[in-house]
Design a binder for this molecule. Structure first.
Ligand code: ADP
Length: 749
């Protein structure tokens, strides 16, 4: 189903072959330089040997020529000597006998003697010495012959003289001998040279043999190199072919395994072949495919047609198209996201193969991941102000600040720095040291608080938490964590702390301030009584006789009034002073009445009707009398303030105390004021909740905490028919833990 001629693969094999040839050319290049050298040396040796051979040949020819010439010279000289001997015998016979037959017996003419002499001259033309001698010989021969001829013509005059003359032919012989000697000498010399030439010939032959041998070796080496190269190329070809087959098998397996969709198509858009995975992905069956109905253009939503046109163009141009994402229509009309890549076949015009990967799951996972990230971001955005990461050296590598974060540092300005390199004011050295120890031990940390300077010079408090990160091998790679701006919280805490401290004191002082009139009234009463009694006593003393009994009575009343005033003052001092919590046993009704007495003038001033309904015989209560009086006082004053503004009717305040069914005591303060908004019933107990222009919103919060410190409860509700009800209950048996709570909660302590 898949032909192996996919362009990519031959390409890669071609590149392998190319790599191979490059490899070979590299190796032959490696050999090329020494080979060139060898060939150059060999050529030089061959040339030199050739030259020597030519030279040898020339010299040999010259030597042979010289030898031949010498031989001819010697022959000529021998012949000349014989001719001269004949001439001499001929002439001497004639002269001794005067018999003319002697002259004919030899038949030798002077002419032939002369010819030989000239021939000799021609032979030795190249040898100046011999030439000279030959010339001289020719002349001597000619002269002697002429002389002898003259003697013969005048024969008989002096036979003996003539004989003597003939003997002078010895001179000619002597000259001939000289030339023969010289020529023989030359011959010896020539033979020596011939020997030298023979030696040279032997050398030349040896050199030629060596050259031939070396050439044979080099040729053999080159032949072997070439053979190796060819062997390698063949092996490579076989491997490539095997590779190709293996690849083809793999591709077949891939197609049949149906892990990815595989489609064979033509550029006109027809799907010619597809595996089950592809058909399944799109909800088609094999019949749809064989009927030829499947067309990639129809399968593609309009949105992707442009992309397909571009891909087709790219395929035409380059033969391949990079994988990219798109969508297909399924048979049921729904869409499937896919990853698609393809190549053209080398054979088969306009045909190619594509792989198609179903991305549905991946897209779903991506979407889930995106949503999870979004959720995480939302969480971070609303939970934290900073998200940060540091590396193994504790340097910031990532920071994200909440969008609405005021005074966030410039993005990236802290990257690459450690936390202690960015300007922080707090915490102190010791806290930093501990923090560094935690970091160096790679331990998690929580709520490490530090402060930084805001541009306006104020401090911003940040609370940082972090977890160490480790890689797969357990190596520490850094920290990841969050930071929260806690400036507001810190300020609120500081304010609350300050206010609580203030309030424990100021609440009483302020209350006292408001109550100055009643206090004055309370204290004034005994003082005025004291003054009245003292005046009475003085009057009784100045009577004649003084009435000492009356004086005593007056003085006793003065002492009682003084004590009463002292008690009031003590009570007030106890309220004002910051005294440690006490653990009294006291009568609750009495404590209530004292507070009623303190506020009576206030109530009178605002025309408020007071009704007290205190259960008689209540058991003694254990706790801090002053604190619980403060609670009652606060409830009375709140009620008075609530009813202050009501003009149309007189306010009514009712204070009850009773025994609870559960065993404790219950105190109820009701008023006829505007009452509480049902939504705010619980809020009134929150710190700083107030509806008053000058209110602090701390009174009820403190009251509830005091009651709870005594093991009791406090709550509010609506009064019938109007107004508010505030109630608190106290248990009767106070145990040790209540005492402990009491001590802890006392803000004044
Ligand atoms: P504040 O000093 O501001 O009065 P409190 O904690 O004592 O603080 O009271 C909180 C708020 O509860 C008051 O501002 C007021 O709105 C409401 N409140 C308290 N007592 C009464 C009451 N008797 N009737 C109506 N509202 C009350």
């Amino acid at each position: 189903m898949l032909c192996v001629g996919i362009r990519k693969q031959p390409l890669s094999q071609a590149s392998k072959a190319e790599a191979m040839s490059v490899l070979l050319s590299q190796s032959s290049r490696r050999f090329a330089r020494p080979l060139t050298l060898v060939v150059a040396v060999l050529l030089a040796v061959v040339a030199a040997t050739g030259l020597l051979a030519i030279q040898y040949r020339q010299e040999r020819q010259a030597a042979d020529l010289a030898h031949e010439r010498s031989r001819q010279v010697l022959e000529t000289l021998d012949r000349l000597r014989a001719v001269i001997a004949d001439v001499e015998a001929q002439r001497r016979g004639y002269l001794l006998t005067l018999d003319p037959s002697y002259l004919k017996a030899y038949g030798i003419s002077d002419e032939s003697v002369r010819r030989d002499a000239q021939a000799l001259q021609a032979l030795v033309a190249n040898d100046p010495l011999q030439n000279h001698r030959a010339g001289h010989l020719a002349l001597t021969v000619a002269a002697k012959l002429r002389e002898i001829d003259d003697i013969v013509k005048t024969a008989g005059t002096s036979g003996l003289a003539a004989l003597a003359m003939i003997r002078s032919l010895d001179e000619i012989r002597s000259q001939i001998d000289q030339m023969v000697d010289h020529e023989r000498f030359l011959l010896v010399d020539q033979e020596k040279r011939a020997k030298v030439l023979e030696q040279r010939k032997a050398w030349l032959i040896a050199t030629a043999i060596v050259i031939v041998a070396v050439l044979a070796v080099v040729a053999l080496a080159l032949a072997r190199l070439e053979a190796t190269r060819r062997r390698k190329a063949i092996a490579e070809n076989i491997a490539l072919h095997g590779d190709l087959l293996a690849r083809d098998k793999k591709i077949r397996r891939l197609v049949d395994a149906n892990i990815v969709g595989i489609v064979i198509w033509n550029l006109e858009g027809r799907i010619l072949e597809a595996n089950d995975a592809f058909l399944h992905m799109l909800g088609y069956d094999r019949e749809d495919l064989t009927s030829g109905r499947l067309n990639w253009t129809d399968l593609t939503p309009a949105k992707w047609r442009d992309r397909d046109a571009r891909a087709a163009e790219e395929l035409r141009r380059t033969g391949t198209v990079q994988p990219s994402e798109k969508e297909y229509f399924r048979k049921d009309g729904s869409r499937v996201p896919v990853l698609l890549g393809g190549v053209m076949f080398e054979q088969g015009p306009n045909q190619g193969v594509s792989f198609v990967l179903d991305l549905t799951e991946r897209k779903r996972a991506e979407e889930a991941l995106r949503q999870s990230e979004e959720r995480f971001r939302t969480l971070v955005q609303f939970s934290f102000d900073v998200y940060w990461e540091t590396d193994a050296q504790h340097r910031f590598i990532h920071q994200e600040f909440a969008d609405n974060l005021a005074d966030a540092p410039r993005s990236g300005s802290e990257i690459g720095k450690t936390r202690w390199e960015v300007p922080y004011l707090e915490p102190d050295e010791e806290a930093w040291r501990k923090h560094r120890e935690t970091l160096d031990a790679h331990l998690p940390f929580r709520d490490f608080e530090l402060a930084r300077l805001a541009p306006d010079g104020s401090k911003r408090y940040v609370s940082v938490s972090g977890l160490p990160m480790f890689d797969d091998t357990g190596r520490f790679v850094g920290y990841r964590g969050v930071g929260r701006h806690i400036t507001e919280r810190r300020r609120a805490e500081e304010t609350l702390r300050a206010m609580q401290a203030e309030l424990a004191h100021a609440n009483r002082v302020t209350t006292m301030g408001q109550l100055t009139a009643s206090i004055a009234h309370e204290v004034n009463q005994p003082i005025a009584a004291t003054v009245t009694n003292a005046e009475a006593a003085l009057r009784w003393l100045s009577a004649r006789p003084p009435n000492l009994g009356e004086v005593r009575d007056s003085l006793r009343r003065i002492v009682e009034d003084g004590k009463r005033a002292g008690n009031v003052i003590n009570g007030i001092r106890a309220l004002i002073n910051k005294v440690p919590p006490r653990n009294d046993r006291f009568d609750l009704n009495e404590a209530i009445l004292e507070m009623v007495a303190l506020t009576r003038s206030e109530m009178l001033k605002h025309g408020i009707l007071l009704q007290t309904d205190l259960a008689p015989g209540l058991p003694m209560v254990k706790g801090d009398r002053t604190q619980l009086q403060q609670v009652i006082l606060n409830l009375i004053l709140n009620a008075v303030e609530a009813m202050e503004g009501i003009e149309e009717r007189a306010g009514a305040l009712r204070i009850n105390s009773e025994r609870e069914a559960a065993g404790g005591v219950l105190v109820t303060v009701r008023d006829s004021g505007p009452g509480l908004d049902p939504a705010d019933v619980e809020r009134v107990f929150e710190a700083f909740y107030t509806t008053k222009a000058k209110g602090m919103g701390m009174g009820l919060a403190i009251c509830r905490s005091m009651v709870e410190a005594h093991g009791g409860r406090m709550w509010a509700g609506a009064n019938e028919p109007r107004g508010a009800v505030f109630q608190f209950s106290l248990p009767l048996e106070q145990d040790e833990s209540v005492q402990a709570r009491l001590i802890r909660s006392n803000p004044a302590a």
